[in-house]
Write a new protein. Structure first.
Length: 386
């Protein structure tokens, strides 16, 4: 009876405190003695897994590499993965579950801005440092001191897309097609400003819903408006569909696409002839020419997972290695981890050099690629930074 009364009192206390606006998380043991458990919110299934698969694989590889080097802070690292699918509510609930179940010192967030915007208020409540890869500017504008971005922000991507269309290709009449959400709309608006600043004209801007399966009307409007080049701001599967439709319609325009379209999983959805006259940006060049460390990582990744790595997912490998460096110095203390990430400067990773700015952005350049004719292979052109 005494034990039952104790449980009842604890439940009542939790309800009273929660009613006062404070959440008490009762952690359940999920890591064995001698392990440090952290969380990872990954779109493992559903349409977002075009990049989520790479994120998932990269962290698996990072966990094994870190543990082979002695773990973190003298203990083995255990990454607890939660599938966030393509739903904001699922992402929020997955985050709360990880906080409740393992009370971790650190959590990797989703690679999609819409999910991270939904989760961000919970990060503030939990006060757990985290890294994320979603590029939307709306995230760093939150100025959340607990969050750190491990890939270029979308304002930088918009800069690169606009510069490639205008300076790189010399085009003067740009049409913009974009997915209508927290990722596509701000990116399109930023690209429009940069195109105009370059002395070119934006002849039209057309949006579509992520669930749409036909964007031909939008493409035709941009063609009829006199566009001599298109900028496409999209994710992987929808961007692949835009390129397929452009080929079927005989649009005949060069198209500059956002990074989600150039990840291997998305390029594999596109026929080589549909990639003709297509250019795009990626976070980094992961070709062997980038050095021994990059070549070794890419080789081991492909041997293990049977696909080439992409920087969109591999930045999470870098993030895990950065976390190891910080935690080896400060241990699992959340505030000290946060402060260590804030102070990060010139960390040379596989995908990029990482330096944290005042908004929590850690990456400040990206690469522009074309496609080798008749293939799906990327050809590095140049690096763009602000």
């Amino acid at each position: 009876m005494g034990k039952k009364r104790l449980i009842t009192r604890r439940t009542a206390l939790s309800g009273m405190v929660a009613g006062a606006g404070i959440t008490i998380y009762a952690p359940r043991l999920s890591a064995q003695s001698g392990e440090i458990a952290i969380g990872a919110m990954v779109p493992i299934t559903g349409p977002f897994n075009v990049s989520g698969q790479q994120y998932h694989f990269s962290l698996q590889m990072a966990q094994d590499d870190i543990n082979a080097k002695g773990g973190v802070a003298g203990k083995k690292l255990k990454i607890v993965f939660e599938d966030v699918k393509d739903s904001n509510s699922v992402a929020v609930n997955a985050y709360l579950k990880v906080v409740r179940d393992i009370n971790p010192p650190f959590i990797f967030l989703s690679s999609y801005t819409t999910q991270n915007l939904a989760t961000e208020p919970e990060v503030t409540k939990a006060q757990i440092p985290g890294m994320y890869a979603g590029g939307g500017d709306a995230m760093h504008l939150k100025k959340n001191p607990w969050l750190f971005r491990i890939r270029p922000f979308d304002g930088l991507q918009a800069l690169a897309l606009a510069k490639q269309a205008t300076e790189g290709l010399g085009k003067k009449k740009i049409g913009i097609i974009y997915v209508q959400n927290d990722f596509g709309q701000p990116g399109a608006a930023a690209a429009e400003k940069i195109v105009k600043a370059a002395g070119a004209e934006v002849v039209g801007m057309e949006a579509y819903a992520f669930t749409d399966n036909d964007m031909s009307a939008q493409l035709q409007k941009l063609k009829n408006a006199g566009a001599d080049c298109l900028i496409c701001i999209s994710y992987g599967k929808d961007g692949a569909l835009v390129l397929k439709l452009a080929k079927e319609m005989g649009l005949g325009l060069p198209i500059v696409v956002s990074s989600g379209v150039f990840v291997p999983a998305a390029r594999n959805l596109i026929a080589p002839d549909e990639l003709a006259n297509v250019y795009g940006v990626m976070d980094a060049d992961l070709s062997p020419q980038q050095g021994v460390a990059v070549a070794d990582y890419a080789k081991r990744f492909k041997e293990r997972f049977k696909i080439d790595p992409d920087p969109f997912g591999s930045c999470y490998y870098d993030g895990a290695m950065i976390l190891k460096q910080v935690m080896d110095q400060v241990g699992p203390d959340r505030v000290k981890i946060r402060d260590g990430l804030k102070a990060l400067k010139d960390y040379k990773g596989i995908t990029n050099v990482f330096t944290t700015d005042a908004d929590g952005n850690m990456v400040h350049s990206l690469a522009v690629f074309s496609i080798k004719p008749g293939t799906r292979d990327l050809v590095f052109m140049r690096t763009i930074s602000p």
